[in-house]
Design a protein around this ligand. Structure first.
Ligand SMILES: Cc1cc2nc3c(=O)[nH]c(=O)nc-3n(C[C@H](O)[C@H](O)[C@H](O)COP(=O)(O)OP(=O)(O)OC[C@H]3O[C@@H](n4cnc5c(N)ncnc54)[C@H](O)[C@@H]3O)c2cc1C
Length: 463
């Protein structure tokens, strides 16, 4: 789907089996050398900007931009296989299964993940089985030994399994020393690599480019100053570092289950199995152990219900106009997303209506446009925004939301609950759906306020 969309936007110019082999920069941009591996020839491409989305394989080294952080958190071996595991993987509400097998350690004995491609529940056709190995354990490199351990951990010595690929990889927690080198912007795994615990790798990559692309579009159209492009690093680096910290903490938090079970690598397998018995036998230690395990599993919500990490992250930079309101103290900065229109926060979701049709307010932020949402009596803001947009060729949609006399009807009061502004106030949302400016109430001169706010955000003078 992504490929079809990219080819639709850029016909005949999405090129597979082409490799960037060289890159030089000057004042007007970048000269890249590309090898067409099918034709066996090199050619050059001149570009104003480059998005380095190479997983950290080439461009960082070419420009001398390094990465810092822990590099050897855990060694993993992953087996991609086809098998019918439906007789055992019966619960279709489970996505990922952590198998604790005392013969092979604790929580990372085996992690079983469905891979579809057509079905993703218990009848998934393909699976990946991840196993942790000690860094110095040479068995991780021996495919036959890896498969013996996989079958033993699964408890399925005779199951019909077709193995497609076995790969080894190391969990690291590194971040690029710089997210921008003149005309080059590092995104995704080229900017940060961390454990998959929490599923934040590709998600953070998408967040990166979502943050960057509207800024590049504004700069290329001559609507923004270069300083707007610097806010890519100042906004994303903090969030990506927080994501790295979070994913490492998630990986380590699996060991709380082992602690609750009292499993230890220093014990014999027999001792470790004995530690599990109070779970399925009623012994004097059973109540305490079951409660401890229950708590340890509950604590995994930091990985599996981390809504504030996934959605509630905030930005602070020159592309956000601070309204002077105090920082909000989160109730739980990991698990709980608390909607807010304080500048720097993602615009809260709300269903509103137009001609009886239900519309998520967030979908009105699209096509690279800013969205100005005023209260029901904020028509002055809308008028000022439309004039400013026309005078400066700015992509900006302006509307009011409220109960009576507004462009969109807040039938369920979903917006009112979170909008954080009064009837004459306004929220200005960036094309990446982040609140850039807010006025809680009316101001003497909305046109002057908006001009100053947008000039600040776009780092360019406005008429
Ligand atoms: C076991 C595991 C589970 C994961 N689970 C999740 C998950 O649940 N959710 C999640 O969000 N993320 C997850 N991730 C992380 C996710 O896979 C990565 O973060 C994501 O693939 C990064 O995308 P990227 O485009 O930045 O880099 P990559 O996927 O590495 O893509 C970079 C591409 O650039 C190409 N390239 C490199 N150099 C050149 C060059 N010189 N010229 C041309 N092309 C070049 C490479 O061939 C590659 O195709 C997981 C990772 C692992 C290992």
């Amino acid at each position: 789907m992504l490929r079809a969309h990219a080819e639709h936007l850029n016909p005949d110019r999405v090129r597979f089996n082409h490799e960037l082999t060289g890159l030089t920069q000057d004042e007007s941009g970048v000269l890249a050398t590309i090898r067409d591996k099918d034709a066996g020839r090199d050619y050059t491409v001149r570009a104003r900007y480059v998005i380095a989305a190479d997983g950290g394989r080439t461009i960082g080294a070419l420009l001398g931009v390094g990465m810092s952080g822990p590099r050897d958190i855990m060694r993993m071996v992953s087996v991609h296989l086809t098998a019918d595991l439906s007789p055992w993987a019966r619960d279709d509400e489970v996505l990922i299964r952590w198998l604790v097998n005392p013969d092979f350690g604790g929580s990372f004995s085996g992690v079983l993940v469905p891979m579809g491609p057509d079905r993703w529940g218990p009848t998934s056709e393909e699976w990946v089985f991840h196993m942790q190995y000690a860094t110095d354990n040479l068995e991780a490199m021996q495919e036959d030994k890896v498969l013996v351990r996989m079958r033993a951990t699964l408890g399925l010595p005779d199951c019909d399994i077709t193995v497609h690929k076995i790969s080894t990889w190391v969990m690291e927690g590194v971040i690029a020393d710089s997210f921008r080198d003149r005309s080059v912007f590092f995104v995704g795994d080229a900017a940060h690599r961390h454990p998959p615990t929490g599923g934040l790798g590709l998600n953070s990559a998408v967040h990166d480019v979502h943050n960057l692309c509207w800024k590049l579009a504004a700069a290329l159209a001559g609507r923004a100053g270069d300083a707007l492009l610097d806010t890519y690093e100042s906004e994303r680096k903090l969030v990506d570092q927080a994501n790295i910290d979070n994913t490492i903490a998630n990986a380590m938090n699996h060991f709380t289950i082992d602690q609750a079970l009292n499993l230890s690598a220093d014990n014999t397998p027999e001792q470790n199995w004995a530690e599990l018995r109070p779970l399925w036998e009623d012994l004097p230690t059973s109540h305490g152990k079951r409660h401890a395990v229950n708590q340890a599993i509950g604590s995994q919500t930091m990985e599996f219900r981390h809504h504030n990490v996934e959605f509630g992250y905030t930005y602070s930079s020159s592309a956000i106009v601070d309204d002077g309101s105090p920082d909000e103290v989160p109730l739980d900065g990991v698990r709980l997303y608390e909607p807010s229109t304080r500048p720097g926060h993602p615009m809260p979701h709300a269903f509103v209506e137009r001609e009886g049709e239900r519309v998520p307010l967030g979908t009105l932020v699209h096509g690279g446009k800013f969205l100005l949402v005023a209260g029901e009596d904020g028509h002055d803001w809308v008028e000022a925004a439309n004039k400013l947009a026309a005078a400066n060729d700015l992509p900006l949609t302006a509307l009011t939301v409220g109960v009576l006399g507004a462009d969109y009807v807040d039938v369920r009061l979903a917006w009112l609950k979170n909008r954080g502004i009064g009837r004459r106030g306004v929220v200005l949302v960036r094309p990446d759906r982040y609140v850039a400016y807010r006025s809680i109430g009316e101001v003497a001169d909305p046109a002057a306020e908006l001009t100053s706010a947008l000039a600040h955000i776009l780092a360019t003078p406005l008429a």
